[in-house]
Design a protein around this ligand. Sequence first.
Ligand code: GLP
Length: 234
Amino acid sequence: MKIIKVKNQIEGAQIGFDIFKQALENDAKVFGLATGSTPIKLYEVLRNSDLDFSNSISINLDEYLGLSGDNPQSYRYFMTQQLFNQKPFQHSYVPDGVKTDTALATKEYDQIIDKHPIDLQLLGIGHNGHIGFNEPGTSFESKTHVVDLQPSTIEANARFFEKPEDVPTQAISMGIASVMSAKHILLMAYGESKAEAISKMINGPVTEEMPASILQKHNSVTIIVDEAAANKLN
Ligand SMILES: N[C@@H]1[C@@H](O)[C@H](O)[C@@H](COP(=O)(O)O)O[C@@H]1O
C-alpha cells in the first residue's frame, strides 16, 4: 500500500486527479467510481479539467434500494450532478435501485463488471470500515448483492436526507471480490472520524469484520489521507 498524507481535501483532490490523468494516459478504459462526501473535491477538479472520458466507461459501487436515478438522494443523481453532466463518459453504470427483480439486477451488474474489467477503482471508507456498501461481515468473495445497511451507516448517511427515517435501509453494492479485481485502487479518507477505520485497514488483521482490511492483499493500492484520518497510524 502506498500511503500519501495530505494537508487537506484540496491537496488530496489534486493528487487524485493526477492518478486519474495518469490512468487515462496509460490507456485505462474503465473507472470504478464512488459516492459520499469524500470524493466531492476530486470530482470538482475532474469536471473542471480538460480530461476526456468520452471513450471511457464508469461503473459505480452502489445505489440505495428504492431510489430511482431522478431522486436527488440517489447515488445516480449525485454522480450526474458531481461529474457526468459536465464530464460525460461513453457509458456510466450505476446499480439499478428500483428494479423489482433484485436478483436479476445484481446478476446484470456482475455481467457489466465482467465485461468491463475495472482499471482504476476509487473508494471512500465508512466509519466501520465498509467499502462500497459492503458492511462488516460481508464475504471477501462477494459479488454484487443486496445489503442491509447497519444502523451506524444509516445514521452516518442521514445528513444527506431530510429525516433519518428517509434513509433507505437497503442498498445494492458491488461485492468485495469485484472491488479487488480492479487493477489499481485509490482510497481516500479525511477527518478524525475515519482514523480508527484507516488504522485497522492498514495495520489490523485481514478480517471480514473490517471489510477494507482486504486491501492489504491487493498489489496496487494508493491511500490518500489527511492528518486527522492518519492520526492513529503508527
Ligand atoms: N456507500 C458510501 C461509501 O461508498 C462511502 O465511502 C461512505 C463514506 O462516505 P463519506 O465519504 O461521506 O464519508 O459512505 C457511503 O456509505
